[in-house]
Design a protein around this ligand. Sequence first.
Ligand SMILES: NC(=O)c1ccc[n+]([C@@H]2O[C@H](COP(=O)([O-])OP(=O)(O)OC[C@H]3O[C@@H](n4cnc5c(N)ncnc54)[C@H](OP(=O)(O)O)[C@@H]3O)[C@@H](O)[C@H]2O)c1
Length: 308
Amino acid sequence: MKIFLAGHRGLVGSAILKKLKQKGYKKIITASKSKLNLLNQNSVNNFLKKHKPKFVIVAAARVGGILANSIYGGQFIYENLQIQTNIIHCSYLNKIKNLIFLGSSCIYPKFSKQPIKEDYLLSGKLEETNEPYAVAKIAGIKMCQAYNKQYKTNYKCLMPANSYGPNDNYHLLNSHFFPALIHKAHICKIKNIKNITVWGSGRPFRELIFVDDIAEACIFFMNKKTKDSLINIGTGKDMSIKDYTKFILRKLDLKIKIKFNKSIPDGIYRKLLNVSKAKKYGWKAKTSLDMGFDITYESFIKRFKHLK
Ligand SMILES: NC(=O)c1ccc[n+]([C@@H]2O[C@H](COP(=O)([O-])OP(=O)(O)OC[C@H]3O[C@@H](n4cnc5c(N)ncnc54)[C@H](OP(=O)(O)O)[C@@H]3O)[C@@H](O)[C@H]2O)c1
């Protein structure tokens, strides 16, 4: 089966590419941004016309943490709408029946009952700090569902919890909370700094899933017939940001003070996913936080060995 994987250099895309190769998939098509800018509909259409994949995985997106989402809201809504619309619509035009669209747990209402079921989509107001991103992702889901209904396609939307793993973005301002905390804690360790500053109050809860588990889920659902087109992908467990910080400090054997920068917003208080639908189909996350962290930190050290 010929597969087009969009976003193969990113955190999630690179894990999917690795997993596809491990599982023996040979006909995987990828293209760097300089060869195929997914913002350009003509280029996407010509690319799909030329390569004729049977399956498309959309792991390309404009992604970032709380600060990036609030500063670059315009880019987040425009680029995500454009990338996903181009890929989904051109897949339909080129008679590609199967596609996986990756979204995020931030699509659900701010005050959702926990754990969050797929049915809660559009049942309330969104969290303001990432509304443009969430609106784009919701549009992607609704587009897949409308195409399935009108054109009889099989476009599935997987909504993973916050992810982490090798190849993450560790930028101290633009990244997600967990890679940013790993980066900050590492700096404290190598520079012998006696305190770490966490953004916000540390009280919000977050669910983390190791990126290889998302990759497994993509391949699992690529090969699975499902009645549902929207499926949550998570571990079903969460912890406060303060506890994640304590966990990282323990792993790095750091006995330092945790400070909280409360001038930075907390974002949504909790967004624990109900993963019973995915489980019903036979998929479940395998990697413990402990194991996922060890793999991630080892790759972080290799990538940032210049930090002294
Ligand atoms: N990170 C998370 O915590 C998380 C959690 C749940 C779901 N997801 C979902 O998983 C997907 C991927 O996220 P990620 O964390 O892997 O993001 P990422 O690391 O930032 O990777 C995004 C990928 O998209 C590509 N891309 C962006 N704009 C492009 C364009 N105009 N043309 C071509 N390629 C473009 C990037 O290419 P370059 O490398 O060339 O820039 C990169 O390969 C997203 O849909 C996101 O919602 C992520």
